[in-house]
Write a protein that binds this ligand. Structure first.
Ligand code: GTP
Ligand code: MG
Length: 1138
């Protein structure tokens, strides 16, 4: 370590008021790691000459080669400001979208963040994303506008232009935070209003109906906006090593010019100018055409320094400037052929960036003691639970967070946000460390002694060779052997004790270190803690373990979702190195060893059973790129499996799974992430040759309303229906109605279901996808209600659910969807997907999914037996569609007919609500048979007759015999299986009876390119079926920003191709955005003459959907309908004709 000793850091860790936990966030390549280098150099860990070039925190080889950060890493730094000593726990995070999950893991452990913005590029997509993440985690950001040198050297701006440009950037950033803040204030206000339950704040008698700014005025947002005069902005050039805040210049000029520092601080940024005559600072620089103070006093100095040193290389002037700045540089720097060396030597002394940034951080960012109580409540309110619905003991823990107490009585609370895989060799206990003075002296002594011994023995062995020989072989058994041999042996063992040799078994082994933070209590090595699973319920824990962790014996009662483990070792994270620690006080970031058995990716640890698990990390990126992997040599499969398990643990976002087909699949966030995961597997975790398939592109299947025109834009008549329906083959159990209703009877003819597939309005699946979490909560509530429990949810979640419901109602308009929302039976697949099961069964008034939201509980849980089987069938049908077994999306299955027909002696139908006279809860065979035929659908008439007849005879008996407990078992018996299969098949056939389409996953990308390469960018986009949404010029630069969407299927190699075609000038970032229906029909065949003429007989050349579908089917080993040999006589042997 550099000049800050480990002891110093240990001492600093004990004072939470002077600790700052922060991360560096920004868009890719805006200079996070470069800035971190300067901060690291300020602690002497790396040389300041190398700062910016070394990228110390990018410790992986591929990070260095590619020049991008791929994982977040932490380092502890010391900063002395005046009297005070601060400990800065700094986390550098990656900016590439593929690794945005790493940002989430970093943000969770911090109290503040440095947001960096490139002075040229301004606010980019990831800048917005990270600001949002910081916002969501309630951590406070400060701003660094980096790469200021580019304004001078690249854009050749004058200082005045630069000032205007900087103001714009600042406005952009503040606009982003402003929008986050406003929505929050409005939300809070709505909450408050609801609590008060008062009238809306309309001013009586005034014209104003709704005052949108109400609530915004009285909330304090001064902390929120970045503003140089508040000291929350630093202007920097990390690569040249300089940076400053307004404060620094205010101090300089207040001494020089005799103006009060306070005044300068307020006026250095903004529309102020210096009136030289009146010796006053005046407002209105812009209106009067004067130079603003910031330009005159700050930027001009920097501009002239660059001009003198880099542009004109004016030695004399440089000397003069150095003299006036009081800067001295080494001779070799001033003689260096690259003027940048001299520049950074001067700047890093004049305006060291580390000082500017670190003093801003210490002043503006909160310490662990200032953790907002809102944040604590949010962390502890897992799921949609309300904080005040948690047990009292749990709520008390809030004070433990706030106090950051060192007391032994304080509960230990630790959050692990990810597991880092490190090479066992680099652990401190296995590392070769430099010897201390005493050890060296000891070694010298030992060596001398050994030499003397050896001489003595050699004299002896000359005479008694045999003896010595036996002596040496029986070393362990005869300790009282020859004196000198024993002596040399003891010397040897002492030697071994002094040399630190890595254990053999540890060679190349990966050890997991948890990346964590202590929120309360002192963590000690060897301590026992509870590991709380995501579903752990503190109420249960408190009941079963009233004494907590202290009195824990080996046989503590089994509490669901709770485990106990020992913290084997604690580490200080120092970038590439780890240092051993005995204990870690609260408020610090640390590494914990020995958790790999209990923690997969993240976890909450505590000594108190009252703590609920923290809310899960919020990941912005959706993992979407999947590949199937297999070892080159099949015998190495076990190694691959082990490797994949390790990878899964070491990466917050990567997923590994075994598909139904038996393939081992790796799911990653993007191409770059995929590459990194594969490299990790090959070189670290599995250490074998592996082969990866081409990326598996996900698709969705859907149905659409029949098109009005054919492929050559001719009006379609009735024939489309014929073409569509050929896929459904009728049989004696399957009947297809011309309107698309499929009626299917189970093989034992005891149940009949009629299902119709209808495309959902376009926005509905989007809404359902984006509200997946809400739907999951709804499902949990429904489940709880069915089990007779009540799940408390926060008012906010309830509102969100109701809002979603009303949005759905708004979207599902028209005759077809009348009352549909209230008849939703289930969502699928996995009970929260973008498809809907609708209850249109005549007379079956089952409560809808929204039922659990209604506070008044009526006793009408009129659910039929086997209701669950229908839902299960629907889930299965939506999980994999008939086109290529991909999940469905945007399909509504409306169950229009469901009849059960039991021989009464075997089973019966009943339901809890059957007694209610006003609900026809259970449709007994009698009901179905007795219904007037006319009320069913056209296709049902025949069915009803057929099925109904035998039932009628047993009707009377069914009414009499209603044993209360029989039949329940049957819900899980073989018949339910038949029903599930029948519903699934009915859904599939109903799906096939409609025009089917594939949906492709789409990326959005923003490409920044100069005018010269614009054409080529469009070329690449066009070739890959991309669609440009928007193109605009970036203000103040000659760059264009192009926003486009691109199918994921066409995106592989896109970034590379763009980079190559534009000589590295444009580099896009792909972010998954949505699913889009592919226009062409994969089952289309030419039917009219024009179509034959236009597309030829095979007509598959233009059918993109067919290509995608067949590719998926082939991959999955499904039957692919293809003509392989078309014209036998035309076939040639390739070899001959080449
Ligand atoms: N001109 C100029 N270039 C800079 C400055 N700071 C960083 N760079 C360059 O910008 C590039 C990216 O820098 P990094 O520090 O790796 O960026 P990063 O934000 O860590 O990137 P990721 O971690 O991949 O998101 C490097 O080539 C740096 O040399 C600066 O102040 N001025
Ligand atoms: Mg980086």
């Amino acid at each position: 370590m550099g000049h800050t000793s480990l002891d110093k850091i240990k001492a600093l860790q004990k004072n939470p008021a002077n600790i700052r936990n922060l991360c560096i966030l920004a868009h890719v390549d805006h200079g996070k790691t470069t800035l971190a280098d300067s901060l690291v150099a300020s602690n002497g860990i790396i040389s300041s000459r190398l700062a910016g070039k070394l990228r110390y925190l990018d410790s992986r080889e591929d990070e260095q080669i590619r020049g991008i950060t791929m994982k977040s890493s932490a380092i502890s730094l010391h900063y002395a400001s005046g009297e005070k000593d601060y400990l800065i726990n700094l986390i550098d995070s990656p900016g590439h979208v593929d690794f945005s999950s790493e940002v989430s893991t970093a943000v969770r452990l911090c109290d503040g963040a440095i947001v960096i913005v490139d002075a040229v590029e301004g606010v980019c997509p990831q800048t917005q994303a990270v600001l949002r993440q910081a916002w969501l985690e309630n951590i406070r950001p400060v701003l660094v506008i980096n790469k200021m040198d580019r304004l001078i050297m690249e854009l050749k701006f004058t200082s005045q232009e630069a000032y205007t440009h900087l103001r714009k950037i600042l406005e952009q950033v503040n606009a982003v935070t402003g929008s986050l803040f406003t929505s929050k204030v409005l939300e809070d206000r709505a909450d408050k209003e609801k609590q008060k339950d008062t009238e809306p704040t309309d001013c009586p008698g005034s014209e104003q109906v709704y005052d949108w700014s109400a609530g915004l005025e009285d909330s304090d947002d001064s902390q929120l906006y970045f503003s140089p005069d508040q000291g929350s902005v630093v202007f920097a050039s990390a690569i040249d090593g300089w940076g400053f805040s307004i404060q620094q210049f205010a101090t300089i000029y207040s001494q020089k010019m005799g103006i009060r520092g306070e005044v300068l601080r307020k006026t250095l940024w903004g529309d102020f100018y210096l009136d030289a005559k009146a010796k006053k600072i005046m407002k209105g620089a812009q209106a009067k055409g004067k130079k603003p103070l910031f330009v005159q006093l700050v930027l001009d100095n920097i501009w002239s320094l660059y001009d003198a040193v880099v542009t004109r290389r004016d030695k004399e002037k440089v000397e003069k400037m150095m003299l006036s700045l009081g800067v001295k540089v080494m001779a070799r720097d001033s003689r260096h052929s690259d003027p940048k060396v001299l520049l950074s030597a001067i700047c890093s002394q004049w305006l060291p960036v580390s000082k500017a940034v670190l003093s801003m951080v210490c002043e503006k960012l909160p310490s662990p003691l200032d953790i907002p109580s809102e944040r604590i409540e949010k962390l502890m309110s897992v799921g949609a639970r309300r904080f005040d619905s948690l047990p009292a003991q749990t709520q008390e823990l809030k004070t433990a967070f706030m106090q950051c107490s060192h007391d032994d009585t304080a509960p230990v609370i630790v959050f692990v946000s990810k597991m880092i895989a490190v090479d066992a060799k680099s652990l401190p206990q296995n590392k070769q460390r430099p010897l201390t003075q005493e050890e060296m002296a000891q070694r010298r002594e030992l060596a001398r002694q050994r030499h003397a011994d050896r001489q003595a023995t050699s004299q002896q062995t000359d005479s008694e060779e045999g003896n010595a020989h036996t002596g040496s072989t029986t070393q362990t058994t005869s300790p009282s052997g020859d004196n000198s041999i024993a002596g040399s042996r003891s010397v040897l063992s002492q030697m071994q004790a002094l040399t630190v040799v890595p254990k053999q078994e540890d060679e190349g082994k990966e050890i997991f270190v948890a990346f964590a933070r202590v929120y309360s209590g002192v963590v000690r090595r060897g301590q026992k803690v509870f590991v709380l699973g995501p579903k752990y319920n503190p109420a249960e824990g408190l009941r079963l373990l009233p004494d907590g962790c202290n009195s824990l014996s080996d046989s503590f009662p089994a509490v669901p979702h709770l485990a106990c483990c020992t913290l084997d070792s604690l580490y200080l994270l120092m970038g590439r190195e780890l240092e051993d620690l005995e204990e870690v006080p609260p408020g610090n970031v640390l590494g914990i060893g020995g958790l790999e058995e209990c923690v997969l990716k993240s976890a909450t640890l505590s000594t108190s059973p009252a703590l609920p698990p923290f809310i899960p990390l919020n990941f912005e990126a959706t993992p979407i790129v999947r590949v199937a992997i297999e070892p080159k040599h099949p015998s190495e499969m076990p190694k691959l499996l082990r490797g994949m398990r390790l990878l899964n643990q070491a990466d917050p976002c990567a997923e590994v799974l075994i598909q139904e087909t038996g393939e081992h699949v790796l799911v990653t966030a993007g191409e770059v992430h995929l590459q990194r995961c594969l490299d990790d597997l090959r070189e670290r975790f599995a250490k074998i040759e592996i082969s990866a398939s081409k990326p598996i592109i996900p698709f969705r299947e859907t149905v659409v309303t029949p098109p009005k025109v054919d492929m050559v834009n001719e009006d379609l008549g009735k024939q489309q229906k014929v073409a569509v329906q050929h896929q459904v083959k009728e049989s004696d159990t399957l009947h297809l109605d011309p309107s698309g209703l499929v009626t299917l009877t189970t093989p034992n003819r005891q149940a009949t279901v009629g299902v119709r597939a209808v495309p959902l309005p376009e926005e509905v699946p989007l809404l359902l996808e984006s509200s997946a979490d809400l739907i999951r909560t709804l499902e949990q509530m429904g489940q709880a209600q069915r089990d007779g429990r009540v799940l408390e949810i926060s008012p906010r979640t309830r509102d969100a659910l109701l809002e979603m419901k009303s949005k759905l109602e708004g979207l599902m308009q028209g005759r077809r969807w009348r009352n549909a929302v209230d008849r939703i039976w289930a969502f699928g697949p996995r009970r929260h997907g973008p498809n809907i099961l609708l209850n249109n069964v005549e007379g079956y008034q089952r409560p809808s999914v929204w039922h659990c939201l209604e506070q008044v509980r009526e006793g009408d849980s009129a659910i039929r037996d086997f209701d669950n089987s229908v839902v299960s069938g629907f889930q299965l049908a939506t999980l994999s569609g008939p086109m290529c077994e991909e999940p469905l999306m945007g399909v509504c299955f409306s169950v229009e007919n469901w009849e059960m027909n039991f021989p009464v002696q075997r089973t019966h139908l009943y339901s809890i609500g059957e007694e209610d006279s006003d609900t026809i809860s259970s449709q007994s065979p009698a009901d179905s048979a007795g219904q007037p035929e006319g009320q069913g659908e056209a296709g049902r008439v025949g069915e009803a007759g057929r099925v109904g007849e035998p039932a009628q005879a047993e009707d009377a008996m069914a009414r009499v015999r209603r044993p209360e407990d029989a039949g329940v078992l049957d819900c899980y018996g073989p018949f339910s299986g038949q029903l599930i299969a029948a519903v699934k098949d009915a859904c599939r056939h109903a799906f096939q009876a409609k025009p089917q389409r594939l949906m492709a996953a789409m990326y959005t990308c923003e490409i920044m390119a100069t005018a010269e390469v614009l054409g080529r960018v469009y070329g690449v986009l066009g070739k890959r079926e991309g669609r440009v949404l928007q193109e605009e010029m970036k203000e103040g630069t000659d760059m264009f920003i192009i926003k486009a969407v691109l199918p994921v299927a066409e995106s592989f190699g896109f970034a590379d191709e763009i980079r190559k075609r534009t000589s590295g000038l444009a580099s896009p970032q792909l972010v998954f955005s949505h699913w889009e229906v592919i226009g062409s029909d994969p089952y289309w065949v030419p039917t009219t003459e024009e179509e034959y003429l236009h597309f030829g007989e095979k007509a598959d050349s233009a059918n993109q959907a067919l290509k995608y579908m067949n590719a998926v089917r082939r991959r999955k080993g499904l039957y692919v309908e293809e003509k392989i040999v078309e014209h036998g006589e035309k076939q040639r042997t390739l070899g001959k004709n080449k």
